[in-house]
Design a protein around this ligand. Structure first.
Ligand SMILES: NC(=O)c1ccc[n+]([C@@H]2O[C@H](COP(=O)([O-])OP(=O)(O)OC[C@H]3O[C@@H](n4cnc5c(N)ncnc54)[C@H](OP(=O)(O)O)[C@@H]3O)[C@@H](O)[C@H]2O)c1
Length: 325
């Protein structure tokens, strides 16, 4: 029986535990995927802590994990003959609360073929942050010559958003702690420290103002964006619901197959960098602790052991490293 990671009560990372699951069967238009790596996102920690408990039926044990990379091992009926996905194809994609597992079933329509040059751990870190970053920049209508402010630029979404905005021809200012300033310069952004005085520091860097802003942290980031961006529809947030309701800021994020293909292609062409810190699947609690520091650079990814991945460590956690995305 395959193993998954889930939890049977809300709480600290320690509530995560292994579950034995039935091998799922792919239905029409679906594939059974042998998971090689699964991305960990802040939302997984929020679900585990019970922050959405009121909005969802309480069903335990509950599983987690919204993104993965793996290999198709079985196809259900009614998959189109022209589908790019066959048994044996390496893929990446989004899942709904089930990717921390050795196997999962997903619709083939949402899958993207994994470029061979992109390592498993990097591929698994692309779907959520990549789709969020790409769809956000589209919504904010980022164009060549724009000056774009990305808050929390060193995290998963921020790292990809900075590089996509540069690719679109924008100048990018990115907020991060001092320790990440060289990192942001390497991505092509001008770094600025967050914290009191942020608005003044950004204004000093760009006296002519900011064209668009992407907020990934809320609070001060929204205040600064409202002060510096003339058109509120060009401010997007993934986190600050109040800013959406009270200030007409756009709620951004969302999935798009085209967006995922685009970031995978960029990764294959060596035009996208994503640092990845890996943990074995069985050490999901440590992975959650890392994400909950709020200071991850790039992504945290779980590796499913025993699949001959070059990235499979016998030890954990590994030191942070640059996935060669
Ligand atoms: N991942 C997704 O696909 C997705 C989708 C929809 C919504 N969201 C939401 O968007 C938010 C960001 O997601 P993420 O995955 O990018 O998070 P993340 O990777 O965990 O973000 C970590 C980064 O946040 C930075 N940071 C911490 N406090 C900050 C502050 N006060 N100002 C500026 N930067 C700060 C850290 O930089 P330093 O270490 O330099 O402090 C770190 O690099 C989360 O709330 C998430 O739930 C994410």
């Amino acid at each position: 029986m395959p193993t998954a990671i889930g939890f049977s009560r809300y709480g600290a990372p320690e509530v995560l535990h292994p579950l034995q699951i039935e091998t799922p069967r792919p239905g029409p238009g679906q594939a059974l995927v042998r998971v090689r790596a699964a991305g960990v996102n802040p939302v997984d920690c929020k679900i585990r802590r019970g922050e959405f408990a009121g909005a969802e039926p309480r069903r335990f044990p509950q599983r987690l994990g919204n993104e993965f990379a793996g290999t198709v091992v079985e196809l259900g009926p009614d998959n189109p003959a022209e589908s790019a996905v066959a048994v044996g194809t390496d893929v990446l994609g989004s899942a709904s609360a089930q990717a921390y597992a050795e196997t999962l079933v997903v619709d083939t329509a949402g899958l993207v073929v994994k470029p061979p040059s992109v390592p498993w751990e990097a591929a698994a870190g692309l779907p959520a942050a990549g789709q969020t970053a790409r769809t956000a920049l589209l919504r904010l209508d980022v164009r060549p010559g724009d000056v774009v402010l990305v808050h929390a630029a060193a995290g998963g979404v921020g790292t990809i958003a900075v590089q996509l905005a540069r690719e679109l021809g924008a100048r990018v200012i990115g907020t991060a702690s001092e320790a990440n300033h060289d990192y942001l310069r390497g991505l092509g952004a001008v770094p600025v420290a967050y914290g009191p005085g942020l608005t003044e520091r950004v204004r000093a860097l760009v006296p002519e103002g900011i064209d668009a802003a992407l907020d990934l942290v809320g609070g001060e980031a929204v205040t600064t964006s409202l002060a510096l961006v003339g058109d509120r529809r060009r401010i997007g947030t993934t986190v600050d619901r109040k800013a959406v309701e009270e200030h007409g800021v756009q709620r951004v994020g969302g999935r798009s197959h085209a967006a995922l293909r685009e970031v995978a292609d960029m990764a294959a062409a060596d035009r996208l960098t994503l640092p990845v810190r890996t943990f074995p699947l069985g050490e999901a609690a440590s992975a959650h602790r890392a994400v909950e520091t709020g200071h991850v650079r790039g992504k945290v990814v779980l590796l499913v052991p025993g699949l001959g991945s070059a990235a499979h460590p016998g030890v954990a956690p590994r030191a942070p490293h640059l996935g060669s995305v």
